[in-house]
Ligand binder design. Sequence first.
Ligand code: UD1
Ligand code: CA
Length: 455
Amino acid sequence: MSDLMAVILAAGKGTRMKSALPKVLHQVGGRPMVQHVIDAAVKAGAAQNIVVIGFGADQVRDCLGDQTEYAVQEQQLGTGHAILQAKKAIGDFSGTILVLCGDTPLLRSETLKALFQAHCQNQAEATVLTARLPNPTGYGRVIRDDKGQVLRIVEQKDASLAELACDEVNTGIYCFQKAALFSALDQITCENQQGEYYLTDVLEILVADGSRVGAVPVGDNQEMLGINSRVQLAEAEKILRSRTLTELMDNGVTIMDPASTFVDAGVSVGPDTVIYPFTWLEGSTVIGANCQIGPNTRLQNAVIGDDTTIHFSYGHDCHVGDHATLGPYVHLRPGADLGPGVKVGNFVEVKNSHVGANSKLPHLSYIGDTDIGERVNIGCGTVTVNYDGLKKHRTTIEDDAFIGCNSNLVAPVTVCKGAYVGAGSTITKEVPAHALGVARARQTNLTGWVDKRIK
Ligand code: UD1
Ligand code: CA
């Protein structure tokens, strides 16, 4: 069992976001910002997480589910008060409490590990993560004595002019020894400019007690960027995006134009894949090696094999095998599952359908609720008629079948192995193996018809 538990403060409204959505649920890199914080805590070794919720508590709970525990802070009376609300959920855990804020999505797990390590090595009761900022305005300042020992943290609104000149700030991230934290929290008051119970006051109380209070500087100031406004949200998005793209490039992915490429933090891409401009890879998308993706392609929760090409297309909750070629203008909807070597061309939509190896759907088709075998050729303009107005039905097209252009296959219906469907047919009955199914009016030619009409 890990000796580390994270408490993530996320009860505030985030007034400056001007949003009905709680601030911590706004997305950065395709995930709610508090999710990034939870992920960093888990990666740093926190075996248990408690998120302190208040504003929009139900929304936050619905969004995060049971990956974490919750403590509710009905009224936001300050960061110290927020931690006190988690006391019950913390229970008899006796190790280190890692305090985090839900609005710092750029935080790295390595930084948290380093903080926890320093905290353990120094056998400290409290260790605060600090940063030196060219403009420290708004942050709590870290006040040290002449030997460099941390004495206390003073909030902007409570600081003297001399204290305001200090450029070392509190990131709002700390490790605390649990018993020391709660015995100090019992002593804090709200006698300050904001009338709040400040968590930061714990440090001064611990120092007075003779406890060990340490500080660790953050390596990269960007990590502590707290999101309070939409402008800061966009800044964080940009930073996170560039981090994700850099990581992909470091792992052998070519990104032609990072400025127009948008990849969510959870996406993985194999080596030697080339991503062309104006491409979005989102959610849990996985791209194999040696693919060509884009330009102008958006994939959400898509799993793509190796050596596959997809351009000018949109796919969501779908799977594409190796050596496939898609595009331009393909729409893969949920449940589209394309086998290896499949070719899908322009203006083809596939939904909830399996397409077997090496089958071709080159132009202008709708394939819904269908099982297509291997080496099938779907002629231009084929429609699987899957909906009768009440229910959806499945179509089956077996191996080596050939569907002529502009056919309707009215489900439930099967075109058996190696069968042909004549162009322009509306097929409502099974076509047996190796048969030709034709279902259209025979052509009649009226000789001399045009001349008679002109007379
Ligand atoms: C806090 C610190 C400050 C530090 C800064 C870093 C205190 C008193 N001050 O200030 O030293 O420089 O963070 O960003 O701690 N929250 C609750 N319940 C509350 C109050 C806040 O859950 O009652 C949550 C907020 O949702 C937010 C986090 O705690 O996620 C920080 O609160 P915020 O009001 O932003 O703190 P600051 O005033 O910025
Ligand atoms: Ca505040």
